[in-house]
Write a protein of this length. Structure first.
Length: 116
């Protein structure tokens, strides 16, 4: 599945063009979503200060940005998102040391949530 220019621009804006590696981030999403209107996801990291979540195939790929302060009990969040169809969901975390890590998951959607 291809990333749109909008997705690439959002990633570049979030990371400042820094290299994005794999590492301390976990993205939990269903393999198959029967209804794209309400797809549960969860992101977590031990050391993240901010996590960006993108739905790479949506008309508007920016799903959410979670920010965690020093007093946060944990760097994790869960929500339900809308997916237009089968696509990659990507989470990019900015870690406390300023580096970036990413996790992705392909979600197969049987009924689209954005008019699909």
């Amino acid at each position: 599945l291809q990333a749109s220019t909008a997705s690439e621009d959002l990633i570049a804006a979030f990371t400042g063009g820094a290299e994005v590696r794999s590492g301390d981030i976990k993205l939990t999403a269903p393999e198959i979503a029967e209804n794209g209107n309400t797809v549960p996801i969860e992101v977590s990291s031990e050391t993240a200060v901010e996590i960006l979540v993108l739905a790479m195939g949506n008309p508007t790929p920016n799903v959410a940005t979670f920010k965690f302060g020093k007093l946060s009990a944990s760097s994790s969040a869960s929500t339900r998102i809308r997916l237009a169809g089968t696509q990659d969901v990507v989470a990019i975390a900015k870690l406390g040391d300023g580096s970036f890590v990413q996790a992705s998951s392909t979600v197969k959607v049987t009924i689209g949530g954005c008019g699909g």
